[in-house]
Design a protein around this ligand. Structure first.
Ligand code: GLY
Length: 372
């Protein structure tokens, strides 16, 4: 098998989640574009993308869809663009161009583009349709699916946002051929999370394929299609049961309380998936300290992170007090106490008497950060 190009045997799949149609493994220059054109259904479309993805995928897609170059709104690539200022600039651009309620936004890019464009769609004229076209592994396996949209605030990530279901998600794994390795590993952090919250078999599937997944541009597209489909199935199964995160969806936050805090204290110098990996390791250590999991779990996570080429700890020592303090801005705080989504074992949520959300004293979190 060779990478980057469509291979005979690459499987296509389609799923539905709360009215969102999800198409996996259809090329964006053929059936993927047809699915988007059908979903646009004659509405006026604007594409939101970033400076990296615009020339690679957004401009060619606009051509195929007959969308004007003037309707491509481009943000600077990177987490720094996921702001209320950028939301204002984009919504002002749409207003200046006279987009109405019957318009559709097409988000072409990674998680930042998808979250920001989704939030623009959620709020523009009280909500217009959005189509998600994820072009990074992180966005395909996580951000583009499930309807969470939003922007960051100085106080923390994703603190301003809305649930807004995309009408269509098109994930073409061939777009991953151009993804830098570090961005690919960023997505593997979330894929590892899905495997860990699902089963030992799912974890084995992922780590067994680590050598092929590390093959840069030679990663087989058929394998990428499989990886994306497995992850989207895991996520949609959970979100179908709990869209608004009052129960099982909380498990998708495994690793994220510490992960977001590490991300913020390290000044966003580490990527989200890397921080989630570090966060899962720290949160397994927390579960062990609280007597909710065996220390073996943290060891298994350490092994998987190493095999997948993900960092075990931040490259520079972070102050445990600062990381502990940063966990306080987590959305999962209930009555001022931070609730973590911990695992008791692979595929088994720790309950500690609180289904899906375990209160963790900040002192225990600081100890785990110091032990990383
Ligand atoms: N990224 C976690 C979720 O969608 O719930």
């Amino acid at each position: 098998m060779t990478g980057g190009e469509w291979e005979a045997g690459t499987k296509a799949a389609a799923l539905d989640l709360h009215g969102s149609h999800i198409v996996i493994g259809q090329p964006l220059d053929r059936a993927g574009a047809t699915a988007i054109r059908e979903a646009i259904a004659g509405r006026r479309a604007a594409i939101i993308t970033d400076t990296n993805v615009a020339p690679l995928h957004a401009a060619p897609l606009a051509d195929r869809l007959g969308v004007d170059a003037d309707a491509i709104l481009t943000i600077t690539a990177g987490e720094g663009s996921k702001t209320r200022d950028e939301w204002a600039r984009l919504t002002d651009s749409l207003l200046a161009r006279g987009y109405g309620r019957d318009s559709v936004i097409i988000a072409v890019g990674g998680g930042v583009v998808g979250d920001l464009a989704g939030f623009v769609a959620a709020t523009y004229m009280r909500g217009i349709a959005v189509i998600q076209v994820p072009t990074t592994l992180l966005a395909m396996v996580d951000a583009a699916v499930g309807g969470k949209t939003g922007v960051d605030a100085a106080a923390g990530k994703n603190l301003i946002g809305a649930f807004h279901r995309p009408i269509l998600v098109v994930a073409d794994p061939a777009t991953l051929a151009t993804l830098p390795d570090v961005q690919f590993r960023n997505g593997l952090g979330e894929a590892l999370k899905h495997a860990l919250i699902t089963s030992a078999a799912e974890l084995r599937w992922l780590v067994d394929r680590a050598p092929l997944l590390a093959a840069g541009e030679a990663r087989p597209v058929a394998l990428l299609a499989d990886l994306v489909e497995r992850n989207i199935r895991i996520k949609t199964d959970i979100v179908a049961r709990d869209e608004r995160e009052s129960g099982p969806r909380k498990m998708l936050n495994f690793g994220h309380t510490i992960g977001h805090a590490v991300e913020s204290v390290s000044g966003y110098s580490l990527l989200h998936g890397e921080c989630v990996g570090i966060g899962m390791r720290a949160e397994a250590m927390i579960a062990a300290k609280l007597g909710l999991a065996s220390p073996v779990l943290a060891g298994q996570i350490t092994g998987a992170l190493g095999t997948l080429g993900l960092p075990l700890r931040p490259p520079h020592r972070l102050d445990p007090m600062a990381v502990g303090a940063a966990t306080r801005s987590d959305k999962k705080a209930r009555a001022g106490v931070i609730e973590y989504a911990l695992l008791a074992d692979i595929g088994v949520p720790a309950n500690g008497g609180h289904a899906y959300g375990t209160p963790v004293p900040e002192r225990v979190a600081r100890e785990a950060i110091a032990d990383l």
